[in-house]
Write a protein that binds this ligand. Structure first.
Ligand SMILES: CC(C)(COP(=O)(O)OP(=O)(O)OC[C@H]1O[C@@H](n2cnc3c(N)ncnc32)[C@H](O)[C@@H]1OP(=O)(O)O)[C@@H](O)C(=O)NCCC(=O)NCCSC(=O)C[C@H](O)C(=O)O
Ligand SMILES: [Mg+2]
Length: 289
């Protein structure tokens, strides 16, 4: 099993924005997505590519996981982006609008052909109705694909849905992608929250994502980091409750019992597994420096 790596907060930054690329070196994000797609205008693509690849190769982002989002497979920039990104050797290459297992195989082949180091993973963005329906095939298509990333703006656009509190129009898609990620043991990141000034709405969406089971959330502004890191980490209360569950269950097992109550709730083996996971996630966050 792959060791857990915190990916609570995954911050996008426009590849054309030198200031943001610089600032990211000091921000408390678990991972960064240096973007060449939507946030970079067509006439800035080549400059953005050079800037982002130099940043990714610089080794100046410390413990933060560094990824590059290339332009989509059907664009005139994709092949050049893949070649340059493969040479820069980031932790992952994020590919937008992945719609089938065949596209994952195509990405895999082009990374190999471009000589990308083995450590460079594929993160596939799922952000269309067809990707929701094929999410399992996409997630299962390659061992190199380690993370699914929700693209909730594109999904809402394609569905002709509105962005509303609680995200009712998107819940079917979010659930399908989550089922696919869990069925294939992949990490899955929730989509972005566009209103960078609405911290209350943002916190509610982080909580919803965490309750669904997302590993973390993609972000667009440094002001979203603190809330996101807090919501996607086990709280002190969760850690204390998990320790209590493990202790109570071990005592019960020593007495030959396979079930026990803690604070009035039934605890069985599977709850102990969940409690152990909480402790290992908390430890990984604490140890990441
Ligand atoms: C949303 C923004 C355009 C807002 O920009 P701005 O108004 O300039 O922000 P501030 O003035 O509040 O910035 C304060 C300082 O923070 C730095 N900053 C801002 N954003 C970032 C960032 N993302 N990463 C790093 N640093 C950032 C500013 O440079 C200021 O620094 P300083 O001057 O030193 O104090 C802007 O936040 C932004 O561009 N965000 C990212 C947009 C983006 O990448 N979009 C594409 C990805 S989202 C997407 O595509 C979703 C998906 O595909 C889908 O379908 O859903
Ligand atoms: Mg998108």
């Amino acid at each position: 099993m792959t060791a857990y790596r915190p990916r609570r907060s995954v911050l996008y930054m426009p590849g054309a924005n030198e200031r943001a690329l610089e600032k990211a070196k000091t921000l408390d994000a678990d991972a960064l997505i240096l973007d060449l797609e939507d946030s970079v205008s067509p006439d800035a693509k080549a400059d953005g590519r050079a800037r982002v690849c130099a940043a990714a190769a610089s080794g100046e982002y410390g413990r933060r996981e560094v990824t590059i989002r290339v332009n989509g497979l059907d664009t005139e920039w994709h092949a050049d982006d893949i070649r340059a990104a493969a040479e820069a050797g980031p932790d992952a290459i994020v590919v937008p609008k992945v719609n089938s297992a065949a596209e994952v195989h195509e990405i895999e082949k082009s990374l190999e052909a471009a000589g990308a180091p083995d450590r460079t993973a594929i993160w596939a963005m799922v952000e269309t109705p067809i990707a929701m329906l094929r999410a399992h095939d996409i997630a299962a298509a390659s061992d190199r694909l380690t993370v699914l990333v929700m693209g909730t703006n594109d999904l809402a656009k394609e569905l002709q849905a509105e962005h509303v509190p609680g995200r009712a129009p998107l819940l079917g898609g979010l659930s399908l992608a989550l089922l696919a990620a869990r069925a294939t043991s992949k990490v899955i990141l929730d989509g972005v929250y566009n209103d960078v000034k609405d911290l209350e709405g943002f916190a509610a969406e982080c909580t919803q994502g965490r309750q669904f089971g997302f590993d973390g959330k993609t972000l667009i502004h440094p002001g979203q980091l603190e809330t996101c890191n807090r919501v996607f980490a086990p709280s002190e209360e969760e850690v204390a409750r998990s320790e209590k569950i493990i202790e109570a269950f071990e005592a019960a097992t020593a007495e030959g019992r396979g079930v026990v109550t803690v604070d009035g709730r039934m605890i069985e083996n599977l709850h102990v597994d969940q409690a152990r996971r909480v402790l290992s996630v908390a430890a990984a966050i604490r140890d990441r420096g």
